[in-house]
Ligand binder design. Structure first.
Ligand SMILES: [Zn+2]
Length: 270
């Protein structure tokens, strides 16, 4: 599932290719994904309008045409954009095509169909994202106070922090030596401070990796846009020797139904 840095890369590629383009056509090929896809009539306000900017908020993308409502897209599990030729037949899992006056086509595909395409206003109230200046340790400390949840499920709760998913939560906890199954309420202030910084660091590093990869490859927008390389230190490394201590293998346990990778030596349980 694309996490915040992956969605950010998609939004940047959309901005690169489509900012300033004027919408001329709309073809929905499927009535609904997770929610109904608007039909041509419902989006008529957007015709003739120029795409001003592509806004990413948490894991949502908003195509802002300067109308009352923007076009909100969530990639769900498997959503992606592509830029087919006008004459190309729709791909198997293609659900929507936008046509611009320049002749450019933007297609949205989603094999698992958990994505969202709808008209929506940009949200006024925003959950803090794990970025410098947006997430601070005092806020995380308040969320952890007295909580009996595991720290990993707490930092992955999209109502508390927007955009920290399984990979980056695992990496952030490894970076500061906190076991993912610790209860959030047991964390000391210095641990919460370190964890906040660690989360911001892993997310911002991944955001930069995604943008660097695009620049290096001359920008592209397809199913591979979310697949830029990232270095993981524990995620997906069960059974490998821990790179930090070199004494233990990385373990994988289930927390709230998700795989959770950690080093039993480096990550403290209390
Ligand atoms: Zn270790």
């Amino acid at each position: 599932m694309p996490e915040l840095p992956e969605v950010n890369t998609v939004a940047a590629a959309l901005q690169h290719f489509f900012a300033g383009e004027t919408l001329a056509g709309w073809q929905s090929l499927t009535p609904r994904l997770r929610r109904p896809i608007p039909d041509r009539d419902q989006v008529k306000d957007l015709f003739g309008a120029e795409l001003g900017q592509v806004v990413r908020i948490a894991k949502s993308i908003y195509l802002d045409f300067g109308s009352k409502q923007a076009l909100h897209i969530h990639l769900g599990m498997t959503g992606f954009f592509s830029m087919p030729e006008k004459s190309a037949k729709p791909e198997k899992h293609e659900h929507l095509r936008l046509e611009f006056t320049s002749g450019k086509i933007l297609a949205f595909s989603d094999p698992r169909r958990f994505g969202v395409v709808e008209l929506a206003q940009l949200p006024l109230k925003r959950v803090p994202e794990p970025l410098a200046g947006a997430l601070d340790a005092e806020y995380l400390a308040a969320a952890c106070k007295g909580s009996g949840r595991t720290i990993k499920s707490l930092i992955m709760d999209q109502q508390i922090i927007a955009g920290a998913g399984n990979i980056y939560a695992s990496e952030a906890l490894f970076g500061v030596g906190i076991r993912p199954d610790r209860t959030a309420g047991s964390l000391a202030w210095h641990e919460i401070k370190a964890l906040t910084a660690s989360l911001v660091r892993v997310i911002e590093t991944a955001i930069a990796s995604g943008l660097d990869y695009q620049r290096k490859h001359g920008w592209f927008l397809n199913s591979e846009t979310t697949h830029f390389p990232i270095e993981t230190r524990v995620y997906g490394r069960a059974g490998e020797l821990c790179e930090k201590c070199g004494r233990s293998s990385v373990e994988n346990i289930r927390i709230a139904g998700r795989s959770s990778f950690f080093c039993p030596v480096c990550q403290k349980s209390r």
